[in-house]
Design a protein around this ligand. Structure first.
Ligand code: OGA
Ligand code: NI
Length: 333
């Protein structure tokens, strides 16, 4: 488990900072764009995803994580399956257990749906329904964003996510209460549930129960706690969308701190493109004089490089175009 070497200073609680966006109002498209630029993060209300569906999935998720360890480890696997404490293969650890699944329901290859729930069929059905519904909402949000950006073809982003070969993932996370936080031997330090990182895909959609823990990093480097809201969805811009907007949108750094009393259960839908999709700044968003800040790559290349890195690495750095600063410097001479 990861214990922070020094106590984390209490994060700012400028909670009203987090944009809350009503996506049933078409005019919210501009607020969405602004939120992606300022924070790379926003909360969505009036989203149209059934509350009952979400509660049933939460119930099934809690049931799954309540199973004996020996049963859960029967579906342990990489990259999909059950995992505990270890995140990825490069030494990251956290106070968390999780279940990772392929969220492409169109793919011929059978997606991984664990068969260990008391009622596996219910779990599978509710997962499928949830993915379908959240994907629809995600496409709607992406279309509003594209419209807000003034891109004529409003499916420019949503079509990547609804592509039949979309490489999208659903992740269920469970952060058990962490007794260590209270122990004197720990010196009052916080314990990391999920270490700081950015999500590599296009956009991620998070729903959690009412337990706090999620924090986002602001442009000035400070962290703020995100007050949980089980009836809303939180969106964060992923690295790929940062690249496609040539750095205009920010892929937000975020992390989860463990809680001493309550468990946190979260479900995150990572909307990704197909493996062969080329990721590059969209020319329709660029003026003639704008320089591309990133080298082009395919999602498959980026995904491999993300799988081979540590959570906190700046994974986009190696794709930044080296010539930029050089040219700018020359201009200044
Ligand atoms: C993630 C993530 C946050 C949470 O899985 O990428 O950021 O609340 N999770 O579980
Ligand atoms: Ni994340």
């Amino acid at each position: 488990m990861a214990v922070l070497s020094k106590p984390i200073t209490e994060p700012k609680s400028e909670l009203s900072l987090i944009p809350v966006i009503d996506i049933s109002n078409p005019e919210s498209k501009y607020a969405l764009v602004k939120a992606c630029e300022d924070f790379g993060f926003f909360k969505v209300i009036n989203h149209g995803v059934s509350t009952e569906l979400v509660s049933v999935l939460e119930h099934e998720t809690v049931e799954f994580f309540s199973l004996p360890k020996s049963e859960k480890t029967q579906v342990a696997g990489y990259p999909f399956g059950y995992g505990s404490r270890t995140i990825g293969r490069n030494g990251d650890v956290g106070w968390v257990e999780y279940l990772l699944m392929n969220a492409n329901l169109d793919s011929g290859s059978a997606p991984l749906f664990p068969g260990l729930s008391q009622n596996p069929a219910t779990f599978r059905n509710v997962l499928e329904e949830y993915i379908t519904s959240v994907r629809k909402m995600t496409c709607h949000v992406l279309e509003m964003i594209t419209d807000g950006l003034g891109i004529k073809q409003t499916n420019t982003l949503s079509k990547l996510v609804s592509d039949q070969n979309t490489d999208s993932i659903l992740r269920l996370n469970h952060y058990p209460p962490c007794p260590l936080i209270k122990k004197k031997t720990n010196g009052g330090k916080n314990v990391i549930g999920f270490g700081e990182h950015t999500d590599p895909q296009i956009i991620s959609v998070l729903r959690s129960n009412n337990t706090c823990g999620l924090q986002i990093n602001l442009a000035d480097g400070s962290w703020i706690s995100v007050p949980p809201d089980h009836s809303s969805f939180f969106f964060n811009v992923g690295d790929s969308l940062q690249v496609m907007t040539n750095g205009r949108f920010k892929s937000v750094r975020h992390r989860v701190l463990a809680n001493c009393k309550k468990s946190r259960v979260s479900m995150i839908y990572f909307a990704g493109p197909s493996l062969t999709q080329r990721i590059a700044p969209l020319t329709c968003l660029m003026d003639k004089e704008d320089e591309m800040l990133y080298e082009e790559f395919t999602w498959s290349e980026y995904r491999s490089s993300a799988y081979n890195s540590r959570l906190s690495d700046n994974r986009l750095q190696q794709f930044e175009r080296k010539t930029i600063n050089h040219n700018k410097l020359l201009l200044k001479i």
